[in-house]
Design a binder for this molecule. Sequence first.
Ligand code: FUC
Length: 798
Amino acid sequence: MKIDRRVPKGIIMLMTCAVSGAAGAGQDAEWGMYRLWYRQPAAKWVEALPVGNGRLGAMVFGGTQAERIQLNEDSVWAGEKDLNRDRVGAHQHLAEARRLIFEGQYVAGQALMQREFMGPRLVRGHQTLGDLHLDFGKGGEASEYRRELDLDTGIAATQYKQGGATVTREVFASHPYQVLVVRIAADKPGRVSFTLKLDRPANFQAKAESGGRLVMTGQAQQGGGHHKGARFEAELRVLAEGGEVAQDKNALTVRAADAVTVLLAGATDYWGKDPSKVCAKHLAAAAKKTYADLRAAHVEDHRSLFRRVHLDLGGADRSKQPTDDRLDAVRKGGTDAQLVSILFQYGRYLLIGSSRPGDLPANLQGIWNEHIKAPWNCDYHTNINVQMNYWPAEVCNLSELHEPFLTFVDGLRPNGRKTARDVYGCRGWVVHHTTDAWQWTSPIGRCQYAMWPAGAGWCARHLWEHYLYTGDEQFLARKAWPVMKGAAEFFFDWLVPDPKTGKLVSGPTTSPENRFRTPDGKRANLTMGPAMDQQIAWDLLTACLEAAKILGKDDKFTTEAAATLAKLDGPKIGSDGRLLEWAEELPEAEPGHRHMSHLYAVHPGRQITLRGTPKLAAAARKSLEYRLAHGGGHTGWSRAWIINFWARFEQADKAHENVVMLLRKSMYPNMFDAHPPFQIDGNFGAAAGIAEMLLQSHASGPNGEREVHLLPALPKAWATGHVRGLRARGVCGVDIAWKDGTLSEARLLPMVGKTYRLRTPCPVDVIPGHRGRVELRRIEPTLVEFRAGDRSYTLRPQ
Ligand code: FUC
């Protein structure tokens, strides 16, 4: 089929009229609800409010006497570039390890793998850039205090009254100007006086310089200086209106100004540039602008992304209640649908703040990290976490923010190829359970998490998905294809036939990061053919064959992919009806384990679908229920994944129950997701899960027709509401409005010439825009098929 590749331009602009609420689309009033606010300053870091421009970020505490603004830059990484912990030639032990495991000698097989394959563990990570301290002195009692983060403007504001004046501070991270901007103003002249300092918990020098400047330099390092990494610089400039600025050794003092703008730049040499020159350039450009100009440019840029999606799940308007009180009320058993809308938009906000094209991808904490030695190194875990960070990117209409991760995955290939060749004796490329900004790919540490070379397959699916949402064939051919092909080639060589069945299995490998009990009462992690690896291989090879068709490729590679796919083992159902996590029925050592790896085929994969493979779907659901009955979902990201599973099972109220559980059990006062401690994946996974409840597009018809499913899991708690601006696979913009629990109107902006299947909660008429015609094929009362013309389509219940 030849597809017209014209993608409707201005999809966002068009996608407004169908379901706009009373306030009307694009008007400020309907965006006002997306705010976090508090009546007191942050006492802890997880109460502070995040701003970010993808690269540069800050956590704003909002103190009245002493303000702490904790600073981040995404490339402040300890560690050397060329780390290679590959155990060259380890593959000579593979045959023996496989024999042991095939024979059921799990412990012996794992011991061999541990001894011969694992490199030494690594402790080095992303680090804080430092802190900006503003000391305002005692200054009398502060009253009418309010601190807020407006998700729609990307501005963190603090306001209070003191000594008869109203003091206002605003903080934002400007993407257009690449600086952090702090504005301190009062409504009476000459009332702004304070001292500024920059510091850091370790490895820095700071000094004041002429012209109202403070400069802090240093080098990120860890392990007693063993892992020396990026050299960094933070530089600020104080622009006072009225009053005077005095300079001390390492501090600046502002006296009696009317208002002050502080511009702060930050950079490292990670990208090979002199951080000092980068900071000087950014400061010089920003200093030419007025505060009002900087602010306006920032708001415009931020909204160009943020305002693509509007979500209103109904519920009482509780915006007059502080966010921490609202969270408390939910913890105590209350409901707050509006807070769920905020949680969704917060996920989008945090992606805008931590992942702009050209920067590093969002790490375990996005970019917000106050540590020198952060939990899990604040790195890029590739056995779910970094992927979960990007689950909302496409569906939530932030496709270009996927780019840092896609480029990062591409960049893993040179090291990944070396590891594949030297450690495994295989073609293609690999990455294991984790990596960092320096993109190492070796298996290191313990087998239970690290003996898992399937990370590349999981990462590669993101490039394929980016194509599915954008229809960008150049991207598919140039960027996605080599990544996907290399990840598949590794599987060609890595998979081996199970001597009992002849089916191809992956291994020895872990089902991240779970353990089972061996028949002789011991515990082990490694098997041959755990469900997740098999499902990743299926997903990847299937995507490769679909991509090959689009790109017109039919060669040795596609033949090998098809042959491998045909012989893949799994998925399997156990004697109790659950989907098996390992190739054999082995009891879990921890039945409520946070990873639900064997359900990859349900989400994010698509090997198991409700209508396509109903028996497997029922077994997968049983597995999920079993995990939950044994305490599953106790960490934020695990809970977020569960929302996505229930959405795919179209169990609306169960999905919703887990959204509520996330709010109840895994949210800090600033709505950062708790692992604990803070880990941002749960924020992103929750946003994706909420979208998944409203719109799905992973299934397809018999000839590959993309199935767009509206409101697959709408819970009773969200009886009336709307979403505007979501995206479905197959390059389709979607607005949906619903009333009293069912669809009231929807609008699609599909790709011209493409055939879609439309699944709806009730039978609908499909009305083409500007007097066009549409030929509908009604397959079921609630499933229609049509070929898209160059127009939008309105859907109304019959
Ligand atoms: C995975 C999880 C852990 C943690 C870590 C960063 O390996 O198993 O719970 O989230 O990543």
